[in-house]
Write a protein that binds this ligand. Structure first.
Ligand code: URA
Length: 201
């Protein structure tokens, strides 16, 4: 179980087994161009999970999600509602390897990669999942008609787990006019945390 082509993920798979199998994944062609695979970061017992799209240049170099300019903005967004990657959230991506030139991950790449995220989700058992951007939301919320400009900030219930999406931090860097909406969405997340999470934040 150390080759991602046959990861053999089971409900008993531990974090250590999962990470080591994932780090050697060759399930799609992105492994050929990656510098580092970006597995995920944060508290593995967090009640809140943030999911982005895929690594960019800085993440590919460091192996950590959201460390470039968009990542700095994400950290600021988390801080507004008393969250932090070092403390009470887990952050991962739909695809673990950087798509060349930061293009959108292809459907085949998403399909090849999604089991890693599913296994992380199973281990964390989050109460709240925050999708960052349209690709993450499209993949995880599973509404064929989903539109980020209309549906950001809307809550979805999936087997008792609460899902919400925000504009992707990179989109907020490009278009500052979306920031007030994101502030409202963050406050909604904060209220939901206070309502359903057990630990104090
Ligand atoms: N954008 C993402 O969606 N994920 C990262 O890790 C970095 C930038």
């Amino acid at each position: 179980m150390n080759d991602g082509t046959d990861a053999g993920i089971s409900p008993e798979t531990t974090w250590e087994e999962l990470e080591s199998a994932c780090l050697s994944c060759k399930k799609c062609a992105l492994y050929e161009t990656r510098t580092k695979l970006v597995f995920g970061v944060g508290n593995r017992e967090a009640e809140i999970m943030f999911v982005g799209e895929g690594p960019g240049e800085h993440e590919d170099m460091t192996g950590e999600p959201f460390v470039g300019r968009a990542g700095k903005l994400l950290d600021e967004m988390l801080e507004i509602i008393d969250l932090s990657r070092g403390k009470n959230v887990y952050i991962a991506n739909i695809v673990k390897c950087r798509p060349p030139a930061n293009r959108d991950p292809l459907n085949t790449e998403r399909d090849a990669c999604i089991d890693w995220l599913r296994a992380q989700y199973r281990l964390i058992r989050p109460k709240i999942v925050v999708c960052l951007g349209r690709i993450s939301a499209g993949e995880l919320i599973g509404d064929a008609d989903f539109k980020i400009s209309r549906d950001h900030g809307r809550w979805y219930d999936k087997d008792g787990v609460r899902f919400i999406s925000l504009y992707h931090p990179a989109a907020l860097l490009r278009d500052q006019s979306r920031r007030p909406d994101t502030f409202v969405d963050l406050k909604s997340i904060q209220r939901e945390i206070r309502k359903i999470c057990e630990r104090t934040y």
